[in-house]
Ligand binder design. Sequence first.
Ligand code: NAP
Length: 279
Amino acid sequence: MTDLDRYAVFGHPVQHSLSPQIHQAFAEQTGQRLAYTRLWAPLDGFEAVLRAFVAGGGRGANVTVPFKFEALRLATRRSARAELAQAANVLTFDGEQIQADNSDGVGLVRDIETGAGRPLAGQRVLLVGAGGAGAGVLGPLLQAAPAELVVVNRTDERAQDLVLRHTELARESGVRLHTALMQAPGAGFDVVINASASSLEGAAPSPVPETVLRPGTLAVDLMYGPKAQPFMDWARQHGAEPRDGLGMLVEQAAEAFELWRGVRPDTAPVMAALRALKG
Ligand code: NAP
């Protein structure tokens, strides 16, 4: 019997992760043979657990909270988008080499444009959050060429740093990119993206006032499952179209799968199966 190629998702916590289900579904759909597991690492032990996995023949990894920054630092090669985000959620192992990439942003853009059917070009977009997720999605959002992109964060300096790092890309993409205060981010956006951990933490339904919404605003929370529900209810109550982070999760996984296996899976049936499972 030949050994299966091994992949894993690393996190703390990690037991909630749907990545094994998603990658197994992609593997079955595309006829690939692989094994994909969850690996928990202590907060000060990510590198040790990762290196043991590589030494045991691991081929690739997804990385989730809170290890995305450390994953980039451990890499020997970095994609341009991982470098810009200063965070990595996909690692590929090749001998001594660790290649870091970030598929969060392309996953989100694909879910908004294809999944929700809302092209971003020319739109006014509000991005809430400047942590690992916010940093990962900003570059690909800019490349989708919205007219304006406003970044707000609880700690304002973090939003300012993130915007500063993306100034050149915003100019190339013709986007008016700037920060604002969380309490006064501007009004009536076409798309509002909550990339903060407010839903994860069970804080108020939204970290920004409802005036950011207008009828028909697409309001996306990167969280999914029951914890996303208060934000989704808040958005719907104010006339917006709510969307959770499940689509982004599946799309970022598809990007990683293609990187590792050279074949692009069809995300639609996997999304439908997960939605049916979650009710
Ligand atoms: P992170 O690196 O820990 O950053 C947390 C961010 O949330 C920071 O900007 C932080 O602001 C802000 N924040 C925390 N609590 C807040 C509150 N009560 N009110 C307002 N802002 C608050 O975490 P992350 O990796 O960016 O993850 C953020 C969220 O995205 C999580 O819920 C995660 O599950 C989700 N996510 C989903 C996907 C997906 O595929 N769907 C992918 C990645 C992440 P400060 O800078 O002030 O601390």
